[in-house]
Design a protein around this ligand. Structure first.
Ligand code: UDP
Ligand code: MG
Length: 313
């Protein structure tokens, strides 16, 4: 199969039929084989009934998966990814904000230009300026700077992947915001972006509020830590621990030295004394945390699973 289109949906009953009709209008004339894979992420409206109706109407074109409760967009994407059959996988939001007319060009960029992942870039956005547009600029800059994946719009719902990419990665929690970072860390370096048309939400309401900024930042920290030190946590905790302990130790030695060599008494009145004690304690705790983390990563079942791209015999 040429193409799988993945659509996560949480309370999007009005948009779904229009979206499917629109996708068909764009793709049917091209003669590709494709499927539309919808995930109902525990909707409380009639999204699931709508999906069933669409399935009856369009037959094998549609796959629909329903979660028993709302697990979030990452869970929906991850589950869909495990079930796609297309060589190229497109993700798009259900809310009609992303346009299916971008799909052919995204597919061309993957097929002909050889990219692993092409991310949409909502160059002109139609969301609330204060809560979405400005913070998102800052967030993209920070993410790009910290992860080395420089995209204008990391979190754009409209993306295209070579099937390999999504079969090799796992998205959970709220990590869907960082799929390009996760993909790069898995060894897929050919990442590009394409400006895409964006529209105001026609039905329903936005599911993500301000909380995504704090959560998003914490998730980024997690991803960066895991990607770098996930398999060797002691290198992180151990070096920090040594640094702290050593600094504290030097301080204390200096204090003791001045006490006996120059008769500077009242050591316990000096703030440096307490600071250095705390540093030594934090340092040893970091070190111990490193050992614990090593024990945990050692017993992880995937401690020796690597992505092999080729093997010649
Ligand atoms: N979504 C989902 N589960 C959730 C929240 C959102 O599947 O818990 C879907 C939602 O239905 C939409 C997409 O994720 O298709 C993007 O959500 P939304 O449009 O609300 O985000 P925004 O465009 O406002 O950032
Ligand atoms: Mg939206």
């Amino acid at each position: 199969m040429d193409l799988s289109i993945v659509v996560p949906a949480f309370n999007e009953e009005e948009s779904l039929p229009e979206l499917v009709a629109w996708i068909r209008r764009v793709l049917d004339p091209l003669g590709w084989s494709y499927e539309i894979l919808m995930v109902d992420d525990g909707s409380t409206d009639r999204s699931w009934d709508t999906m069933r109706k669409l399935k009856q109407e369009h037959g094998p074109l549609i796959q629909a998966i329903r979660f028993r409760r709302n697990y979030g967009k990452s869970a929906a994407l991850n589950t869909a990814f495990r079930n796609t059959r297309g060589d190229i996988v497109i993700t798009m939001d259900a809310d009609l904000q992303d346009s299916p007319e971008e799909i052919p060009e995204l597919v061309r960029m993957i097929r002909e230009e050889g990219h692993d992942l092409v991310s949409g870039w909502k160059k002109k956005r139609y969301d609330n300026t204060l809560t979405k547009n400005l913070p998102s600029k800052l967030y993209n800059a920070v993410t790009g700077w910290m992860s080395g994946v420089r995209l204008h719009d990391m979190n754009c719902g409209l993306k295209a992947y070579r099937s390999d990419v999504i079969k090799s990665i796992e998205v959970y929690g709220e990590m869907h915001r960082y799929i390009p970072v996760i993909a790069k860390w898995a060894g897929f370096h050919r990442i590009a972006e394409k400006p895409v048309v964006h529209q105001a939400r026609k039905y329903g309401y936005s599911k993500f509020g301000m909380s995504r900024f704090l959560n998003g930042f914490l998730d980024l920290a997690t991803i960066l830590f895991i990607s770098k030190f996930g398999k060797r946590p002691m290198h992180f905790f151990g070096s920090l621990g040594l640094l702290f302990f050593f600094a504290g130790f030097c301080f204390v030695s200096y204090l003791i030295f001045t006490k006996y060599a120059f008769r500077v008494y009242g050591m316990t009145d000096r703030p440096a004394f307490y600071i250095s004690l705390v540093m030594m304690i934090i340092g040893s705790q970091m070190f111990l945390t490193g050992f614990l983390a090593e024990l945990i990563s050692r017993s992880a079942s995937d401690r020796n699973s690597y992505l092999i791209s080729e093997h010649i015999k």
